[in-house]
Design a binder for this molecule. Structure first.
Ligand code: ADP
Ligand code: MG
Length: 693
């Protein structure tokens, strides 16, 4: 198929709708989407019918409301278009009602107490701003998912609400600059890291199979120290995989753009071209699913876990975010005229204030048991939130705040609205790769999200905290006599109160941890440290004032996150116990037995058996230690079980279960290095990391 036919061939997108829908219907749909208005049933009926026709022409017989519950992955329940006719036959139908609203039996999705089982109904509602698509022969209709009372039970609903919030507040501010913007959208491009491992090898590891990460494994002789994998030539098998992945994504209208090898062996990266945030979020969920599916076709397993292997880099998902008007004007693009620059600097000030005031929320938005292994491990930014602006921009803002002339480069005066700002070069060579939140020329790159996480959460937070600041600035400037003086005053205040969040140095250094402490920045090292902040008074006020999440919804979310954390660590601990007791110990005992037998035989014929005896002794000692540590891990898990799932239970998992897991791993990894390879019960790190040829 040629590219022009391939691209978007499985999507009921704007091109298809504008071609196939009656003009009036199409116009009405666009109007409703642009203004966050609900569609009338009449209009929905027409769209539903055309959508069905389009799908049926492509061999589709079923549809599903595709949604994103709090599990972090997507859910679907398939219904056929089939409707019986009076004459005993069938016709294929999709009504407007079926398009707009669904009612999956949703009692088993996490709701954090929002839905008791006797009122298990959950509703899915079509999100017409995200396109319907065909996946595995099913028409998928992107939907939001909420409870009978309208409480959000998913990741999409709050994201859509946050888009409305940032649009609402942003337009107020843009109006002050005389702009006739109709819509302000957040745009996002997310870079996705992943590992590819040979499936046969992968499946021999229970830990990878059940938890997505290795719970045991000594370091291989070669890891990533030579940096020979990063941007290296891609192996033929992987090339084939990437090609097919690109094609599958293009069919779904996903602008797959960049692909390369990453730092760790077997690690790769994929990036699409950015788009509106809710579409980017849907597309990233789809991308993750398709990455796994395509890998399976090539005999490989795609690992999206944040830290599948100890000792080599884990995987992240850089979230590139900016705000753009319906005219395609990117608010983070430094402008050419003085007015543009004043607006740009004001928007920048809003980001500075937002990030500083809500460090906790940004930290929470990337928290998970899995991502805890990455953050602060010298491969990813630390758990401390700060932002990078570069010396030039920081200097300009500081000069305005101090009422001085900015004269770092050319002798340029920075006076808002009077002179053109110096053209600041943001070339990639002086980019700071260690910053969690870096300005990269015309967007911010948030580098903390984990590879397996949905990007809905981080962008919901970014949009909401930004909406709050834009609203505050608008309140102030709408009443100001002199706009320029008002802007200068805001920049000055932001730099004084929030300038501490700007850090252009090395975020991986120990000095930064100290320095951040002095500046009073939060350092929430683990998920369990971060989660309780979600329902602080400040955050409830923020989300309620911007109509993004209610107090009830926030409380339920906190509960769900804690539950997820505990459940995940429980599965990991149980998997470890299984592997240690049923695989590792028996295997090493067998090897020890073989050594003893050889020793006996050697001695019987007068041959020195020192090596056999020494090795067997070492193994015996390590085995005893492992046995003891297995008992300790069991005790820690029992204790956690006895607590009941709330934050205390989370603390027990983090402080006691995780510690016991680490001890057991440490001993077993030593055992691995003392045991003959053919006795070891599963593939080792070398086998896994270099399994794809
Ligand atoms: P890197 O050097 O970090 O790989 P790139 O310039 O390749 O950065 O961009 C990474 C991602 O940022 C891509 O997905 C790209 O589409 C996205 N991006 C570029 N401009 C914007 C923007 N204005 N808003 C959101 N994302 C953007
Ligand atoms: Mg990047």
């Amino acid at each position: 198929m040629i590219m022009s036919e391939l691209y978007g061939s499985l999507v009921f997108d704007d091109r298809v709708m504008s071609r196939r829908l009656p003009k009036e219907t199409y116009k009405e749909l666009k109007r409703c989407c642009a203004n966050d208005l609900p569609l009338s049933l009449d209009v929905a009926n027409i769209i539903a019918n055309e959508m069905k026709e389009w799908a049926v022409e492509r061999g589709v017989t079923h549809f599903t409301h595709w949604f994103q519950p709090m599990t972090g992955i997507t859910a679907e329940k398939h219904d056929s278009f089939i409707t019986p006719t009076k004459s005993g036959g069938v016709i294929m139908e999709l009504s407007g009602k079926e398009l707009i609203k669904g009612e999956p039996d949703a009692s088993s999705f996490p709701s954090g107490g929002l839905r008791s089982t006797f009122e298990a109904r959950g509703y899915t509602a079509w999100d017409p701003t995200s396109f319907a698509f065909i996946k595995d022969g099913i028409l998928c209709i992107p939907t939001a998912f909420c409870s009978y009372n309208g409480d959000a039970l998913d990741k999409k609903t709050p994201l859509l609400r946050s888009m409305e919030a940032v649009n609402r507040q942003g337009l107020r501010l843009l109006k002050l600059f005389g702009r006739k913007t109709e819509r302000l959208n957040a745009t996002v491009g997310s870079e996705q890291e992943y590992f590819l491992v040979d499936t046969a090898t992968f499946e021999k590891r229970k830990d990878l199979f059940y938890t997505g990460r290795t719970l045991f494994g000594a370091r291989p002789p070669k890891g990533q120290e030579l940096d020979d994998h990063y941007f290296g030539a891609i192996k033929p098998k992987v090339v084939k995989y990437m090609k097919e992945l690109d094609e599958e994504l293009w069919k779904l209208g996903i602008l797959a753009k960049t692909k390369h090898n990453e730092v760790a062996p077997a690690q790769h990266e994929f990036a699409p071209i950015f788009t509106t945030v809710n579409v980017a979020s849907d597309q990233n969920q789809l991308t993750m699913e398709i990455m796994k599916k395509v890998a399976a076709k090539h005999g490989m397993t795609c690992i999206l876990h944040e830290k599948p292997f100890d000792g080599v880099n884990g995987s992240g998902k850089h979230n590139n975010w900016s705000l753009s008007t319906n005219f395609g004007h990117n608010l983070f693009e430094p402008g050419r005229s003085p007015e543009d620059n004043a607006q740009f600097l004001l928007i920048l000030a809003a980001v500075i204030a937002a990030v500083d005031e809500h460090q906790d929320l940004l930290r929470i938005s990337v928290s998970s048991a899995a991502n805890d292994h990455r953050l602060g491990a010298n491969e990813a930014p630390p758990a401390i939130i700060s932002m990078y602006l570069g010396d030039e921009l920081t200097g300009i803002l500081q000069a305005i705040a101090d009422g001085r002339t900015y004269s770092r480069r050319a002798n340029c005066e920075v006076k808002l609205g009077v002179h053109v700002l110096p053209k600041f070069a943001m070339d990639s060579s002086d980019r700071n790769r260690t910053s969690p939140f870096a300005f990269t020329g015309n967007k911010f790159e948030f580098r903390m999200p984990g590879s397996a996480q949905s990007i809905a959460g981080v962008n919901m937070v970014l949009n909401t905290i930004m909406a709050e600041q834009l609203g505050k600035f608008a309140d102030e400037l709408e009443n100001a006599d002199d706009l320029k003086a008002g802007i200068t005053a805001i920049i000055k205040r932001v730099m004084t109160e929030h300038g501490r969040i700007i850090f252009n140095g090395n975020n991986y250094s120990a000095e930064w941890v100290e320095e951040a402490k002095k500046r009073g920045l939060l350092n929430l090292a683990s998920t369990i440290d971060a989660l309780p902040y979600l329902t602080s008074e400040k955050n409830i006020a923020l989300f309620e004032s911007q109509n993004v999440l209610t107090k009830r919804e926030l409380i339920s979310r906190e509960e769900i996150y804690i539950e997820n954390y505990c459940r995940l660590l429980n599965i990991e601990a149980m998997t470890m116990l299984d592997m240690a007791t049923m695989e590792i110990l028996p295997a090493v005992l067998e090897y020890k037995g073989a050594l003893v037998k050889t020793a006996k035989n050697s001695i019987a014929v007068g041959i020195n058996a020192e090596t056999e005896i020494e090795t067997a002794n070492t193994l015996a000692e390590l085995l005893n230690a492992a046995r003891q540590q297995i008992a300790e891990l069991k005790a820690a898990v029992d204790k956690a079980h006895s607590i009941g799932i709330h934050i205390e239970c989370g603390r027990c998992y983090r402080d006691e279960v995780l510690a016991a897991m680490n001890n057991l791993r440490h001993t077993c990894d030593k055992l691995e290095l003392q045991t003959a390879k053919n006795f070891w019960p599963f593939p080792n790190y070398g086998d896994l990391l270099f399994s794809v040829h």
